[in-house]
Design a protein around this ligand. Structure first.
Ligand code: ITT
Length: 195
């Protein structure tokens, strides 16, 4: 099965490739000639995931999925959430976002947070949604060089190191994205065994 993954983020592509079983092949936006940035004007992760998938579905006419991810910090009333990419401003600079987050959390003792991913899959014109969540907390400072985005400050539950320190194998097993992807893959597998 061929699916387009509607993302402009190469880190997401790498993580998703790692999780895919043999029978599912993804094609990237670059491969199908979509280079522009897709507008993300929704107010929820779900809306943005659907917007991205719809945009590419309309231009390609093919089956497609997109995902939107947010970091939800309890003491910040679930910010940055849907605004995670632009937390420190429109430049979408990951380092600046991370610095702002650590500043906003200075002196805060409740550091509970979660990553949440919503996938929107458009298959034969029908939309299907899959959610993945990983709970954890925000470290006092950044550490590690793996992953991307907020990974250097996010410590998943059951571990004492950040996603950026834990590396691909752990992230591929327990992350928000891995959990949402596993749900989508199970769904696709149920379609394949139907007569
Ligand atoms: P799309 O083209 O798929 O929209 P994006 O990078 O804009 O790519 P999002 O809007 O979903 O993706 O990302 C929101 C922000 O959250 C962005 O700043 C990312 O760096 C960050 N982020 C997303 N997934 C992450 C992960 O697994 N670990 C750490 N940070 C992540």
């Amino acid at each position: 099965m061929d699916l387009i993954f509607a993302t402009g983020n190469p880190h997401k592509v790498t993580e998703v490739q790692y999780l895919l079983p043999e029978g599912i092949r993804i094609r990237t936006l670059r491969e199908i000639g979509i280079e522009e940035e897709i507008p993300e004007t929704g107010t929820t992760l779900e809306e943005n995931a659907i917007l991205k998938a719809e945009y590419v579905r309309q231009r390609s006419g093919q089956n497609v999925f997109a995902e939107d991810t947010g970091l939800e910090v309890k003491s910040l009333h679930n910010a940055p959430g849907v605004h995670s990419a632009r937390y420190a401003g429109p430049a979408r600079n990951s380092r600046a976002n991370l610095r702002k987050l650590l500043r906003d959390m200075e002196g805060e003792t409740d550091r509970r947070a979660r990553f949440r991913t919503v996938i929107a899959l458009i298959l034969n014109n029908e939309i299907h949604r899959f959610e993945g969540i990983v709970n954890g907390h925000i470290a006092e400072s950044a550490s590690g060089s793996g992953g991307f985005g907020y990974d250097p400050v996010f410590v998943p539950e059951g571990f004492d190191r950040s996603f950026a320190e834990l590396g691909d194998e752990v992230k591929g097993r327990i992350s928000h994205r891995a959990r949402a992807m596993k749900k989508m893959i199970s769904f696709l597998n149920t379609l394949r065994i139907q007569p």
